[in-house]
Design a protein around this ligand. Structure first.
Ligand code: FA5
Ligand code: MG
Length: 387
């Protein structure tokens, strides 16, 4: 056993898609495609790569000799208060926009990060915990982005005895204790990366989150490029104050579990985590860390689509429509050309859509049909003018 909480924690994996999340509430923008993913709980399916990596990470923390409580079955439907307000994310912040977030109603949404549980857990008195779950974001389409993915949140409040008493925010930020907290956080996460991967090329990048300061992201070199695997920082005084913990300090992180698992298991495309193809799932049956053996890379083909866009254009709306029409058959959607007509002032974009199935060869006819559907819908739905 990796930790004392494993027993009840792995029982509730459901088939997914069993919950009605779509309604005619004017704020509701959940799509059928997303609704089907909610409840899949990949991180709770024994011997799924996300389950294996979750246990390895929990094992690493157990071995540090400080016990972290494990939460992995909290409801992915949360309030705006939990997901944003409690975390110091102000009204009007981009993360709250319906172009980025799946809302059920004005006040409830599919969590966009596991940080949505930080404050409620701290308020309930939890001081050290790991909280894993599925999170949802309207986002771009490529090998490392998927609209549903999994994060593990880690929070550690420091011992009061080691921390200075009441300081102003500026005094705290300039203090030794703040620097020590950040250093401990970095050391802990570097240790995790070493434990998971051994030596890899990695780098810290300064970041910004409204709920931590200072804030950092860690990137690892993978498939020829830097891949961002986590965000973290020293918990913002205001977040703690909102929990009635103004006398405390600590750190927090959010790991992108798919990204870490892609590196650990050599999984080349994030869509694979969702496949039920036994050529994928059977490779992990031992529950051990093994290198994924690609069963075959089926041929790709691409189609371009170009249109004039309205002022209100949101790229994520187009990404969503692509998912709706092509599901997992679209491997990558990328803008390849942009120009503004100097006379009319109209902006034109051209997107290239790469089609490739993870499981089989696609026929020309089915790709043409998807592309046709997309062209039919994009005008009326997004107000663009096809070229
Ligand atoms: C966050 O979500 C913060 N909540 C992390 C955090 C927690 C910071 C606690 C400070 C304290 P970010 O948006 O960078 O941060 O996402 C965290 C990780 O999730 C990313 O580094 C990446 O590994 C993963 N991720 C983000 N978007 C996607 C996506 N569309 N598909 C797959 N993984 C993603
Ligand atoms: Mg980030």
């Amino acid at each position: 056993l990796w930790h004392g909480f494993a027993a009840g924690a792995t029982t509730s994996a459901s088939a997914g898609g069993t919950r009605t999340l779509i309604s005619d509430d004017p704020s509701n923008n959940v799509t059928p495609y997303i609704e089907k993913l909610v409840g899949r709980n990949l991180h709770l399916i024994p011997n799924h790569p996300l389950f294996i990596i979750k246990r390895k990470i929990e094992g690493y923390f157990a071995e540090l000799g400080i016990s972290f409580e494990i939460f992995d079955s909290l409801d992915p439907v949360v309030t705006c208060t939990a997901c944003f307000d409690d975390l110091n994310i102000p009204p009007g912040h981009p993360a709250r926009k319906p172009s980025d977030t799946y809302y059920l109603s004005e006040g409830t949404l599919l969590r966009t990060h596991t940080s949505a549980h930080q404050s409620e857990l701290m308020r309930r008195g939890h001081e050290r915990f790991l909280c894993t779950g599925d999170v949802y974001r309207r986002d771009e389409i490529d090998a490392s982005h998927y609209p549903a993915f999994h994060q593990m949140e880690g929070v550690r409040l420091m011992d009061v005895a080691d921390m200075p008493a009441q300081l102003s925010r500026d005094e705290w930020l300039a203090s030794d204790a703040c620097a020590r907290t950040a250093a401990e956080l970095k050391g802990t996460l570097e240790g995790l990366v070493d434990a998971l991967f051994g030596p890899v090329e990695k780098r810290w990048v300064e970041a910004y989150f409204p709920f931590t300061e200072p804030s950092l992201e860690l990137e690892i070199f993978f498939q020829g490029d830097w891949l961002e695997v986590l965000g973290c920082g020293v918990i913002h005084s205001e977040v703690l104050a909102k929990c009635g913990l103004e006398h405390r300090h600590g750190w927090a992180f959010g790991l992108g579990l798919e990204r870490l698992a892609m590196i650990l298991f050599s999984i080349p495309d994030i869509r694979l985590f969702w496949t039920e193809d036994t050529r994928f799932t059977s490779q992990f049956a031992s529950g051990e860390v093994v290198k994924f053996q690609p069963y075959s890379k089926y041929p790709e083909c691409y189609k371009d689509v170009a249109f004039f866009v309205p002022e209100t254009w949101e790229e994520n709306d187009f990404m969503e429509l692509c998912r709706e029409c092509g599901g997992d058959l679209m491997e990558n959607v990328k803008m390849i050309d942009e120009f503004t007509n100097p006379k009319s002032g109209k902006r034109s974009l051209c997107y290239r859509i790469v089609y490739r199935s993870m499981d089989r060869s696609l026929t020309n006819e089915e790709v043409d049909e998807i592309q046709f559907q997309l062209r039919e819908k994009v005008g009326p739905k997004l107000g663009v003018e096809l070229r």
